[in-house]
Design a binder for this molecule. Structure first.
Ligand SMILES: C[S@@+](CC[C@H](N)C(=O)[O-])C[C@H]1O[C@@H](n2cnc3c(N)ncnc32)[C@H](O)[C@@H]1O
Length: 166
């Protein structure tokens, strides 16, 4: 699946997961909203949760993330063309936000979406570039497997509620 990242460039370049993905040719960076292709946009402010039903097809685009600092990741920043979706409950494995729910790095967010779309090989491949990448899949193995077996967003929200209630 094609991975595209709108790259704002306002975060620490040393820790930026988007730059590393681009360096290894795993994703394409775009320096403006207008250059970023239409797609399924991973947006934590979106009203609808991502589900397997959102899987992009060859004709309706790519998987898109916005790489910016969390300080600047307000709703207005996400004015990208596409279907906006929030990821359901998952926890971060990166050293900055380890164990915290929902605030994932760009590579974690893309890998989670790929796993929900049953693209496990590609999810493994992009995370393999990070020392903590495998830990992300281990920490979230059960929810990712359950989300991948949901039919639509309402089923995802029901499964997510079980984790939120714990
Ligand atoms: C705010 S940036 C931070 C990136 C960080 N600087 C890095 O190096 O990876 C993370 C991006 O991943 C996606 N993302 C993270 N958590 C998400 C969530 N819970 N739902 C949807 N998208 C999410 C969004 O595209 C978000 O803008």
């Amino acid at each position: 699946m094609e991975l595209h990242i709108r790259y704002a460039g306002d975060d620490d370049p040393e820790k930026c997961t988007a730059r590393k993905l681009a360096k290894f040719d795993r994703a394409r960076l775009h320096h403006s909203h207008s250059d970023t292709p239409y797609g399924v946009v991973l947006n934590p402010h979106a009203e609808q949760a991502l589900s397997p039903a959102d899987r992009p097809t060859a004709s309706d685009g790519a998987l898109v993330a916005l790489d910016c600092s969390w300080e600047s990741a307000g709703e207005a920043q996400f004015s990208l063309a596409g279907k906006h979706r929030a990821l359901p409950y998952l926890v971060a494995a990166n050293p900055v936000n380890f164990g915290r729910p929902m605030e994932l790095t760009t590579v974690e967010a893309l890998a989670a979406a790929l796993a929900i779309f049953d693209e496990d090989e590609q999810a493994d491949a992009i995370l393999s570039k990070f020392t903590w990448g495998e830990t992300f899949l281990e920490l979230n193995a059960e929810p990712l497997d359950r989300y991948a077996n949901c039919a639509d967003s309402s089923e995802i929200v029901a499964v997510q509620q079980e984790y939120l209630d714990r």
